[in-house]
Design a protein around this ligand. Sequence first.
Ligand code: COA
Length: 178
Amino acid sequence: MQFDLTAKTIYLRLLTEDDAEFVCQLRGDDKLNTFISKTDVDIEVQRQWIKNYKSREQNKKEYYFIICRVDDNRPVGTVRLYDFKEEPKSFCWGSWILNNNKTKYAAVESALLVYEMGFDKLGFDQSHFDVMKGNQSVHDFHLRMGAQQVSEDEQNIYYVFPKQRYEINKEKYAKFLN
Ligand SMILES: CC(C)(COP(=O)(O)OP(=O)(O)OC[C@H]1O[C@@H](n2cnc3c(N)ncnc32)[C@H](O)[C@@H]1OP(=O)(O)O)[C@@H](O)C(=O)NCCC(=O)NCCS
């Protein structure tokens, strides 16, 4: 199974076991992992994790993507849709990381593609996600794109992003998509 999720300078493709090393490099990078949950950076452990993930993907419970450059197909990051809920029909997204090989607007484009996947391809009505306190540029990013803060605790701020806002953004951000 593959989805057509392509923006102007990056596209998403589903994660495979062969991406274990890239994921370890990315999540093991101390400049990038301050505000994400810690994972094992052993390649074989990661490979096994991906094997287990692949059965969740088969069951349509989770989609984990590698973000790649359009110009040379190099992998530049990851992003994941998971925790699919009913009433309201809502998906969570995260594992969002981009390395130094990213394109200038890879962040905007990958967020737009996540919403295209969640709303257009999977039929959700809402997205939910959390961002660790202190990860200020990421809070600013989500607010700028139209996320709404719904709650907070000691560690995180919780957001929702409604489908209506996605419909508005499709036009507003069209230049990032084609
Ligand atoms: C989260 C992450 C993927 C975001 O990527 P990023 O490249 O830092 O994103 P930015 O906010 O800098 O946005 C990229 C560009 O798009 C611009 N941009 C952001 N939102 C925009 C919007 N709504 N409209 C237009 N432009 C926008 C930014 O201004 C920036 O351009 P600039 O360099 O000229 O300022 C990256 O910072 C990362 O990997 N962080 C470490 C892991 C992490 O914390 N992940 C999130 C866990 S919740």
